[in-house]
Design a protein around this ligand. Sequence first.
Ligand code: ATP
Ligand code: MG
Length: 386
Amino acid sequence: MKAILPPAMLGILGGGQLGRMFAAAAKTMGYRVTVLDPDPQAPAADFADVHLCKPYTDEAALAELAAGCAAITTEFENVNADSMKWLAAQRVPVSPSGECVAIAQDRIVEKTFIRKAGLSTAPFLAVHTAKDLEGDLSPYLPGILKTARLGYDGKGQVRVKTAEEARYALSELKHQACVLEKMLPLVAEVSVIVARTSRNEVVSFPVAENRHEGGILDVSIVPARIAPAVTERARQMAMQLAESLDYVGVLAVEFFVLDGDELVINEMAPRPHNSGHYTLDATLTSQFEQQVRAMCGLYPGRTDLLSPAVMVNLLGDVWGDGGAEPNWEVLLTAPNAKLHLYGKREARVGRKMGHFNVLAGSSDAALEQAEAIRATLAGERTPADA
Ligand code: ATP
Ligand code: MG
């Protein structure tokens, strides 16, 4: 593939915060950006030259995208994989491919693929119909029943202890296709972001250690506080998965670390990932610049960690009742902290509004300071709710 150079127009399906940070990276390099997103207030629109405000399956909008863009990517996996295949058929380079996105869209297909690639997952049972839950379920219990499609931030998941509970949970999930996955004792959760070009140049970013709150990523700590050998293995596994997929673009791989330093893959995302936001400040190349480079056929940029870093997600909860602005003073006066807001007008509980990164001498020092900063943010309360 011949390199696509600035000021070429790059297209992206989806205009949320990931699309916004992609667009910012592309614009910084001198590319132009077209965003397809039905939301008139899509966060990425602030950085886009063109905002096609249409549904993802709108044929005229897809045709416009194909005609006007030198390359196309996506910011989320639940985009219609057929739309991506249609775009690719118009001879526009589309990365990642619709085929890779389709694999990541379905937990059954995804976990089966990971196993076939010689990598491990938690023990799981594919549940297409209630009949699949009739046999011996003991290898998967206690477990989690997860819908095969459209799950995110822990939605569409039910924890079950017995076969009866599993069957009941399936009816609660309206008999959608599911996986029944064994609940594993986790020592830690980590993730690796990989970037790969069509010439099989593949790089991995340093491993992030992730903590969740209420099913949503809360904090990423980099470097992860796990043994160096485990770090190295996680990076190798993530790159192996990208190669098995013949993947082009940025791929995020989430792992569970088990007792005895065992690593299993939880899931993958065919795009930059929330746990990779530390790369905006702590590596020479961010995951979003890497997405631009991969789709344009440029070489991947350097990924080594310039400083230990901690990323803290800012959910709408921080805005307090009535949408009061957080108190940014301490964060904005800390010379080693970096605020990133996504330009969303309405703060809702659980909504990702932004994040901040803290760079310090060690993971522990960054974590301690990040927690101290976070404690100062809560929006000013009016006397009525004080
Ligand atoms: P997200 O969108 O945040 O990635 P998701 O809806 O895709 O979430 P999962 O990643 O499958 O869901 O699970 C969410 C969280 O639940 C995991 O990060 C982990 O903390 C816990 N979890 C999931 N599966 C298991 C398991 N088999 N054993 C133990 N904990 C699990
Ligand atoms: Mg997950």
